[in-house]
Ligand binder design. Sequence first.
Ligand code: Q46
Ligand code: ZN
Length: 312
Amino acid sequence: MEVRRHNAAFCSPCFLRHCREQVSRTVEAFDMIRPGERVLVAVSGGKDSLALWDILLDAGVDAAGLYLGLGIGDYSDASGGRARAYAEARGAHLVEIDLPADLGFDIPAGAAAARRVPCSACGLSKRHLFNKAAVEGGYDAVATGHNLDDEAAVLLGNVLRWDLAYLGRQAPALPAGAGFVRKVKPLVRLSERETAAYCVLKGIDYIVEECPMSAGNRHLGYKEALNAIEERSPGSKAAFYFGFLERVAPTMVAAAEEEREGLHPCPVCGMPTVSELCAFCKLVERAGGRPAGRPLRSGRSGPADPAAGRPL
Ligand code: Q46
Ligand code: ZN
């Protein structure tokens, strides 16, 4: 496996070790997960989230999965199947929330009713439900499988619009506070090519198809642009993203903290919001769903991983 930005090539065992090392370096550098903490991994059934869950479990982290059923037809059926199969094979605990069954709406219909593009309704639902499930389950952090390609593409989009609020929130670890659990992205030192190779080498069956709602998603365009640059100058993507983290992100911490001032619990669901009703409850209302106030149902679960609980 050649990784051009590191000017290196790995055999299978060394490549797997490289992936684990990149994750543990990231976890340590950003103080993402401390010994004995419980982590909820947002699992979509794709390569990134399953690789992340696998690396954390192998490292002995007490990591449960959270699968969110979005109600996107066959895609949701297939992705849920991959998440369940992994949890079962690994004997790991999987929490499930199903939008249609638990909240009475799905992403395609909900987005149309709320006059939002599907990815906007979807992103809002994920952010809200991941946090709610983690708060209710007493987890210390939510971990997502965003990789270097994802983060560099999001950064490019934020820079193109000079969106300072989003830039302030782009750190790979956002601290807990004001009703939010800590949010961490331990895969930011790995590219999507590396997470795919990791799954292939570990025999992890992940969903290869893209979500059918992703067509027209502008991040795909940013990824293509960055891939073209990376092809000509390997290492550009990492230099762009990590240069931002080192030199620019620290200057934006105050702005990000200021954003949290003025938050209060939403009267319906109890999650933090700056407006009267939180954006997710508004979406549920417009989509004709059921209010999200009651505690979320925790879905099927496997036995706890016997290796869980050791420090990374
Ligand atoms: S799942 Fe949701 Fe993605 Fe599908 S609707 Fe868009 S945001 S593309 S990661
Ligand atoms: Zn709410």
